[in-house]
Design a protein around this ligand. Structure first.
Ligand code: MN
Length: 341
């Protein structure tokens, strides 16, 4: 029997979103796949742990909590909404039980929309991780002094070749690299992974980490020819959506601007956090009211804070993407109006 192994690293604030990622993976899993979840646990409370063990999609699943010594990470930096748990994934190979040889690490701001078997069957071709390109790849590569055609990857979805990590002592080498020069920590985990294993990262395609750009509000480097076709195709053919950046689906204000928001809400009902019918209706109503005019207010806000924004190449790139992808599917206006159900 094939198995799907997924690791997640929620703190108490993200337990609900974690449950939604889990529910979405189960609802979309192929029949007959065994589903195993591993929670990198830096100290979740009992109530949240119970809730993660009590997701009712009708599928059976195994759940294991891997206790992390949070003290070991106390000198590791955090950045705006990125908490220390972002670093936990670097310890994944030593935390997992020995029988797990490949794992899919998912950020808790993702949603699964298709079966994941392909990831567990593909040839890793000697690579240490499988990844997709980051929304701002070109800018990051430049900032880090990497070659201008290097496609800086996003670490929110990481297919980890655990076997290779163990055989080659990657974790030890990674932590030695960090302690050699503690300034490297300031780059945060994503850039560290890019620098450390960029040449051994298998490219999975944006289908597996689709980062939708909200035109007129978001900046992006996806409009460059290296990633343009990939983006346009992932708009309709995606298996994992990543709600990176500030437009989180659970935010009742600016989250309403994300056209794939409903992909998040449709899994709420399988979890402990499900809403009653009345609450759902009230929620949908409030959101549709809110969204009217929200776009323009947000645009005005962005321009007021960064007046030169509209002249930026990356900002214009988002608009280019919008027109390039029109007629190629993606969320329709009708779909956008529906929030729940
Ligand atoms: Mn993320």
């Amino acid at each position: 029997m094939d198995s799907i192994n997924i690791a997640l690293a929620p703190d108490d604030n993200y337990a609900k979103h974690c449950a939604i990622v889990m529910a979405s993976a189960m609802v979309n899993a192929s029949e007959g796949s065994e589903i195993n979840f591993y929670i990198l646990d830096g100290g979740l409370n009992e109530e949240n742990k119970r809730a993660l063990g009590n997701i009712k999609t009708g599928r059976k699943y195994n759940l294991e909590f891997l206790r992390i010594d949070a003290d070991a990470f106390k000198n590791f930096p955090e950045m705006s909404y990125i908490t220390v748990s972002t670093w936990y994934r670097l310890k994944i190979a030593s935390l997992l039980p020995p029988e797990v040889t490949r794992i899919l690490y998912l950020d808790c701001d993702t949603v699964v929309t298709a079966p994941l078997n392909e990831l567990f069957e593909m040839d890793m071709e000697g690579c240490l991780i499988g990844v997709a390109t980051d929304n701002m790849w070109r800018r990051y590569s430049k900032k880090l002094g990497l070659p201008s055609d290097y496609r800086y990857f996003n670490a929110g979805v990481l297919l980890v070749n655990v076997e290779a990590w163990r055989n080659e002592g990657i974790e030890e080498k990674l932590f030695a690299f960090l302690s050699e020069d503690t300034d490297r920590l300031k780059l945060m985990d994503q850039s560290v992974l890019n620098i450390f294993m960029g040449d051994r990262a298998k490219r999975l395609g944006l289908k597996w980490n689709f980062q939708y750009i909200i035109p007129f509000l978001d900046d992006t480097c996806f409009f460059y020819k290296e990633t343009l076709d990939e983006y346009i195709s992932a708009m309709t053919d995606h298996a994992i959506i990543h709600f990176m950046g500030e437009y989180k689906p659970w935010k009742d204000d600016i989250g309403t601007l994300h056209p794939f928001r409903n992909e998040y809400f449709k899994y709420l009902k399988y979890t402990q956090w499900k809403l009653s019918g009345d609450e759902e209706r009230a929620h949908a109503l409030a959101n549709s009211k809110f969204r009217r005019g929200k776009f323009w207010r947000r645009l005005a806000h962005n321009i007021a804070h960064k007046p030169m924004l509209v002249f930026r190449k990356y900002y214009l790139g988002g608009i280019y993407l919008k027109f390039k992808s029109l007629g190629k599917g993606g969320p329709t206006a009708h779909k956008r109006r529906r929030i729940l159900g």
